[in-house]
Design a protein around this ligand. Structure first.
Ligand code: FPP
Length: 236
């Protein structure tokens, strides 16, 4: 990677195309998810090394529960393996894992594995990896609204306390805005991913399926980001 390039502070990745990657190779869709884990492990190290400070990953949406029950169960078991074993190496790589999403109806086993990786990596400072699991932007806005209404009802805040900063701080996690959102596989949708946080993000839609999204593809994405002219609604 060229040292003169600007590295986005917060990158969002919609990891799409696992199923198609596998199907095009005559494999079961689940094999695409397995390969995606390997890709992701390499990418985490690479992002931490090049200086990405925050990365939000769309692992499982609130809508993904509509998938075939066998695939949902496979993914839940895979998540447990990822958080218990595959991601253990992140503890020594400076990566702090956090989660965004609803805990219900995730199983106790999944929740336990999530809580453990959060606890084990809580002191890390190099890269914050925000895993969106059972996540949806609409759900996040509903949950945040309820939380804020409760604070108001209990006399903890006044209506005038509610501004952009206050809402940001009361979302699932207090994160900086997304600078760059990458959705692999050529689909051109946000699919309920971090709508509040992505309001001024640049978008990039490579055709590559996520299992093939390696560091070379990541470098191409960063180059593209550097060619964008970010105006944030102003004139430049
Ligand atoms: C979409 O591919 C991908 C997912 C539903 C996410 C699964 C992600 C992983 C297994 C990686 C592990 C991630 C973490 C952080 C725990 P798709 O099945 O929608 O592909 P398709 O569009 O080709 O069908």
């Amino acid at each position: 990677m060229n040292n003169n390039l600007i590295i986005p502070n917060h990158i969002g990745i919609i990891m799409d195309g696992n199923g198609r990657w596998a199907q095009e190779k005559g494999l079961a869709r689940t094999m695409g998810h397995k390969k995606a884990v390997e890709t992701l492990k390499d990418l985490c190290i690479y992002m931490a090394d090049v200086g990405v400070k925050y990365c939000s990953l769309y692992a499982f949406s609130t809508e993904n529960f509509k998938r075939d029950i066998k695939e949902v169960n496979f993914l839940m078991d895979l998540f447990i393996t990822i958080f218990e074993k595959e991601f253990a190496f992140l503890i020594d790589k400076g990566v702090k894992v956090i989660f965004s999403g609803r805990r219900k109806p995730l199983s106790d086993k999944v929740l336990k594995a999530m809580d453990k990786i959060v606890e084990d990596t809580k002191s890390n400072k190099k890269l914050v990896l925000n895993i969106c699991l059972n996540y949806g932007s609409h759900a996040e806005i509903i949950d945040t609204t309820k939380k804020i209404c409760d604070m108001y009802k209990n006399g903890k805040i006044n209506l005038d306390d509610i501004d952009e900063e206050f809402i940001s701080k009361n979302l699932y996690n207090d994160l900086p805005p997304l600078d760059f959102v990458i959705r692999t596989s050529g689909e051109l949708r946000l699919s309920n991913f971090m709508m509040w946080q992505a309001s001024y993000a640049e978008f990039y839609f490579p055709k590559t399926y996520f299992p093939d999204f390696n560091s070379i593809e990541f470098d191409k994405a960063i180059l593209e980001f550097n060619n964008r002219n970010r105006r944030f609604g102003g004139i430049k």
